[in-house]
Design a protein. Structure first.
Lengths: 341, 341
């Protein structure tokens, strides 16, 4: 069954298309009797106003774009869920795009979303992204964009983040306070701000507690994968026998490391203690359970949408728009991969 | 900077709006010189055709809807990734919605997508869904819809599935062949077809190998969660000491079960063997690693989009449309939660 048009309704009732259109919109110059007839027939025939024509009038698409570096990722899944939940409540639809951590793809996707005339964009930047012209171009169209998790300090837009440096400091301090003296760090790639900040928090804690910072104990996880953790844990055991603690950028990598350490016969936490980052639910399921930093993904998604929504409404009402950086709280979750202090 | 309009370009060049529009579309009745002028200015001023107006002409939105029961789920994340990858290649955007396993929400979302005028829909049904009027209504608009994973046999549309019954049969048969005689089943909720089929495959294997089917050994996991697995594993140990094998509907539940069994001092696989379903990557990381059925999520997403794309093109060319059910291959992945045979 093809959707019925205004014309067909008009023909069936032998009145003009204009009258049908006015009747459906409750114009005063159409008689109540005609209105009732038109509305009844429209319901019977399952009439549906053309979405594009409606959009052309209101200039709002009630759609936002969401660019995520990697969909198969527990943290980002939680963020997506938080966003979808809020969007649902406010009647917005979400177009989702995966940048695969590629700058080129991200640039193309921003362009696509502009052409699609979305009302706004939520984005976590790709690891590769070091140039922000595409983001600034989007913002120059008087459309709001909110960054979350992986952000660019240099772009003037709202951001929802955690204090990565502080959280990493807390994680490293916990290793120190439970007796570790030679602490390695498995860090994320070089470009993302959160991976830089976690590294800096680690380094600062060592300095504050008078432990020597040794660059040869910092390993870069290019894929932040289970395999990265497994590989570098083996390297630690082989080449750095004095290491007694590791602060790891992401739980997934930490689980890879713990699995490897145990298979090499290392006692976790007594020989080597491990702290992860994100509090992925699997962290409590592995043996030993993983001490980690709780990173609130769902809440991050929720707050990001809420901020975008506020800005969308400000633009609609032509109110002045100021950007804001929202920092969500993190906490240390103590489990069995570190010693009791 | 507001986007520039055709009118502004026309005014700046002192020509008519129609001429500008025709120039941009390379109409023959506009001189090459005017065309060059218009195009250059349009590029300089960052002209962007109004997406809605374009849509109104072509009646195609180049957008599809995707309804997923639960976003925070490794299998569905992989499906989403497969869909986004293909959509990207074919220039389609994907609006993602999460039904939260709710029939009411799913119904509302189908309606939303119809009003949004998406070109087609990909859907995995909510566990609650037992009535398909909303799906049939969507299909009656001459728009294609492809179901994947959780499908309805009664709806006449294309489907991308695995042979759940056969896969469950293989899993149960493996437990039997490695010596298990009292095999329990942790099944999914009652309504979804895949959960029914996995249960039937389990039952058939018992029958074929002359093992008694005992309904008290079938446990329904309402949330298919880690906690479900943990809870029922404890119940097995407490109330069914003769159970020596469990076939479990989903890896997540199986990991919960194994974690609980080990904490209760049960030797997996020698006292109780466990087979999961999905081959989530964590299955190879836990101790003991989990024997499971490999369920191709990424491929399922890819094939679902490909089928939808085929149907979208058939409709565009007004070709007759037949529906198709695509069954993807599964396989048994033997690891350490079952005995060697």
């Amino acid at each position: 069954m093809k959707p019925v048009t205004l014309k067909e309704i008009a023909e069936k009732l032998d009145i003009s298309i204009t009258t049908v259109s006015k009747a459906l919109k409750d114009y005063k110059d159409v008689s109540p009797k005609t209105k009732a007839l038109v509305k009844e027939l429209a319901t019977t025939l399952n009439y549906r106003p053309n979405a594009f024509a409606v959009n052309l009038r209101t200039k709002e698409s009630k759609t936002i774009g969401l660019i995520i570096p990697e969909v198969v990722h527990h943290f980002f899944s939680s963020v997506i869920k938080g966003i979808l939940n809020q969007a649902e409540k406010k009647g917005y639809l979400v177009i989702i795009l995966q940048s695969n951590e590629s700058y080129e793809l991200e640039k193309k996707q921003i362009e696509l979303l502009l052409n699609k005339n979305v009302d706004g964009v939520l984005i976590s930047l790709a690891n590769e992204t070091a140039d922000f012209k595409h983001i600034n171009k989007f913002l120059s169209n008087d459309k709001p964009l909110v960054m979350f998790d992986k952000i660019a300090k240099l772009v003037n837009c709202s951001k929802v983040i955690i204090d990565d440096r502080k959280a990493a400091y807390t994680a490293t301090k916990h290793l120190i306070e439970t007796g570790c003296k030679n602490i390695a760090h498995f860090r994320g790639p070089l470009l993302p701000q959160n991976s830089i900040d976690r590294f800096l928090g680690y380094k600062k804690a060592l300095e504050d507690y008078n432990l020597k910072y040794d660059p040869s104990l910092v390993f870069i996880c290019e894929n932040t994968s289970f395999e990265d953790g497994s590989k570098f844990a083996a390297e630690i055991v082989k080449n750095h026998p004095n290491v007694d603690g590791i602060f790891i950028n992401t739980d997934m990598v930490a689980i890879g490391a713990i699995t490897q350490l145990r298979s090499l016969g290392i006692d976790v936490p007594n020989q080597i203690s491990v702290v992860g980052f994100s509090n992925w639910f699997m962290s409590s399921a592995i043996t030993p359970s993983l001490t980690t930093i709780n990173q609130p993904g769902y809440e991050m998604g929720k707050e990001s949408f809420k901020r975008l929504y506020k800005e969308l409404n400000a633009i609609k009402k032509k109110k002045p728009l100021s950007t804001k950086t929202i920092t969500l709280e993190t906490s240390l979750v103590k489990r069995n991969s570190t010693k009791n202090n």
